[in-house]
Design a protein around this ligand. Structure first.
Ligand code: OGA
Ligand code: MN
Length: 300
């Protein structure tokens, strides 16, 4: 008689690479920039440890991979209201005077949307390509960032579902993800940003030629579907795509820089004691080359 494990052994996600032997505070050679792009195409997430960099150095490094996006805060704030340059997304729990944000602080509540699985800027006609997140201060516990491999998630769908979703078009708006948490305090100047944009549900990742399940908390519906049916289905797909076998949890160390491809992964931040402990992470983001096909058609 034998008793054996019924499931294959889980070896852990294979879409995260660790990069060593490089100093991100120094200008990159063309060769280094190419190697990093190739690493991104293969893995989707790259981790660099011990990179003590300034905001300027982070922006300079990021510009090797495309034009920088102006952050949402940058677009919507007046001069003097921000702690950081407009190309730096302030992912901290600090206000412009470097004080911890209080419980009811509107920016704190808006940023809780990052706790939902998403792909950066999928609510924009031109979404994010790479995001680069640098850890300057990290809390003692909690606040991990989790990543999900959306190429593997697509590959693991059964053939019937793959065929069914191949040509579906989704609508994304930041209003959908914030409404999920009951947040609706958008000031009038934000209204233009709430207009839904269209993307394909299944995309092809340019650097690897692999198919991707392009999901995000910002999805509110599927074109041509009744809304409740669309949302129920998107939830099913989210649940599928975020099974532990597709997920890597990054536990931050000070001076880590993590870079991810939003066209191939989703991410979310986990809870931490944000009114007691400082967490100061700063993100730069490069843009995709242009609108996705469906958004371009919808705009015509
Ligand atoms: C982001 C984000 C997660 C985090 O910067 O895009 O979602 O760990 N942040 O704070
Ligand atoms: Mn994000």
């Amino acid at each position: 008689m034998q008793v054996q494990p019924l499931h294959p052994v889980f070896v852990g996600p294979l879409f995260v690479g660790k990069v060593s032997g490089i100093d991100l505070s120094k200008p990159l050679t063309q060769e280094q920039a190419k190697q990093i792009e190739a690493g991104m195409d293969r893995y989707g997430v790259l981790v660099f440890h011990d990179q003590q960099i300034t905001d300027e150095q982070q922006m300079t490094f990021s510009r090797n991979f495309g034009e920088l996006e102006v952050s949402s805060q940058g677009e919507m704030s007046k001069p003097g209201e921000l702690r950081l340059a407009i190309q730096m997304a302030d992912v901290s729990n600090l206000d412009e005077r470097n004080q911890l944000r209080t419980r009811d602080d509107a920016k704190r509540l808006g940023s809780l949307g990052n706790r939902l699985w998403h792909s950066d800027a999928s609510f924009r006609a031109i979404p994010a390509r790479y995001s680069l997140l640098s850890a300057r201060v990290v809390p003692g516990t909690g606040g991990n960032t989790e990543f999900a491999d959306m190429r593997a998630a697509h590959d693991a769908l059964d053939a019937k579902t793959q065929a069914e979703i191949e040509d579906l078009i989704t609508e994304h708006s930041i209003a959908f993800s914030r409404a999920e948490l009951g947040f609706d305090a958008f000031p009038p100047e934000h209204q233009a940003k709430l207009h839904p944009v269209r993307h394909r549900l299944v995309t092809t990742h340019p650097g690897s030629g692999r198919k991707v399940l392009y999901l995000s908390a910002h999805i509110g519906t599927i074109l041509g579907w009744p809304v409740p049916e669309a949302r129920a289905f998107i939830r099913d797909l989210m649940e599928h795509a975020t099974q532990p076998r597709f997920v890597y949890a990054h536990q931050w160390r000070v001076n880590d820089l993590v870079m991810w491809d939003n066209r191939a992964t989703m991410h979310r931040v986990r809870r931490y004691a944000d009114m007691a402990e400082i967490r100061d992470l700063r993100r730069t983001t490069t843009k995709c080359e242009g609108p996705t096909t469906e958004q371009a058609l919808a705009a015509e």
